[in-house]
Design a protein around this ligand. Sequence first.
Ligand code: CTP
Length: 403
Amino acid sequence: MPLNIEKQMKAQLSEDILNVLKLCSKIADEHNFKIYLIGGIVRDLILKRKSLDIDITVEGDAVKFCHILAEKNCCKILQVQNELKTAKALFDGEIEIDFASTRQEFYPHRGHLPVVVKIGCSLQEDVYRRDFTINSLAMSLNKKDYGDVIDYVGGIKDLSNKKIRVLHDNSFNEDPSRILRALKFAARFNFHRDARTKALQEKYINTQIHNDISWTRIKSELKQCFSLNSAKIYDMFLANDNYKLIYGQKPEIKGLEIKTLVDKYNPYNVWLVYLGTVLTNTQIIEQFCFTRSEKKIFSDIEYLLNNHLSMMNTNYDIYKFFVKKSTESILVYYLLTQRKEALKYLENLSLIRVELNGDEIKAMGIQNGREIGEILDELLKKKLNGTIVKKGDEIKFVKSKIK
Ligand code: CTP
């Protein structure tokens, strides 16, 4: 008897989502489509966890199925990808569902994106292109076996044994980003890799030349892992030698130290504080296709590490060293060098401002632009060393200059 999880669906999914799934089920039956919930959502239903995305696989042509739904005013199609025959649809103005056609994939080059060899294959053929057994479960949405879990690879058993297991020996060669996916799932569910998966991963990391990989996927998985702000993921990333995947360096830093700083200083790109402590190879950084603001964080880190802050420094020196540098880069600098000045800047010096502006100084009678700049700089020095605090004293200082 297959495992049936209709009860779990009722317990975990909203009434609205359940109604949308029933609607898809009805239309699929009427038009002879076999459709399934697939991947993460089935895993999460069995684990009784909240799932983020709803993915439906159509055995056949998912785009055709979506058009039928749209013609019957059941949904609005948001996106269609005709090559892969996938579509995104919106139900009731708020429920988004991704529809994919069953497909078989082939990896012509190790680590690169796969090419599709067959669309509309059997569910079983579709399942074998996936990463881990726990992500290869499908749940029927057709009326006759609604809620039945189809498990071709032993995923249910692995879920109960808390095991992360690849489907075949070539899995990491095909897609090394799966190494990071394993890390993400291990941390999220407190699961462990089975012995074979662990050995295959170690073999890939330690013996393969792996610079010809899809950096886009690697970046996406690193972002997901480190955005969790989890000390455990970072510690596992280092302990499992995952940093070698990105030609990183292994710093003597504990995840908890990073997490504590991130919680205190709230940088926008949390994930780059974790990654920045490891990723120093400029050639690899270029491969990552970082956005402009992400690139700035890495160039700031490079600047801070290569331009030494003197040991005998004033508040003004510290301010000048860190000003205009991203919070992320300053935190990475602190983590790698333990220079306390970095925290002094973030906590205290970065908040200090000269209140007068150039126009106000001009109005007080100083016309020369260079002179105004020098006065502003002197004011900044005095504010940083505490000899001037209030705006009134700034004005007094400028007046003294005019005399
Ligand atoms: N998948 C894969 N290999 C990858 C990425 C994804 O085989 N490198 C498959 C898995 O079967 C996965 C599905 O595609 O379940 C959907 O991928 P994704 O949405 O990234 O993962 P989820 O398992 O849904 O995980 P999450 O809960 O983090 O969204």
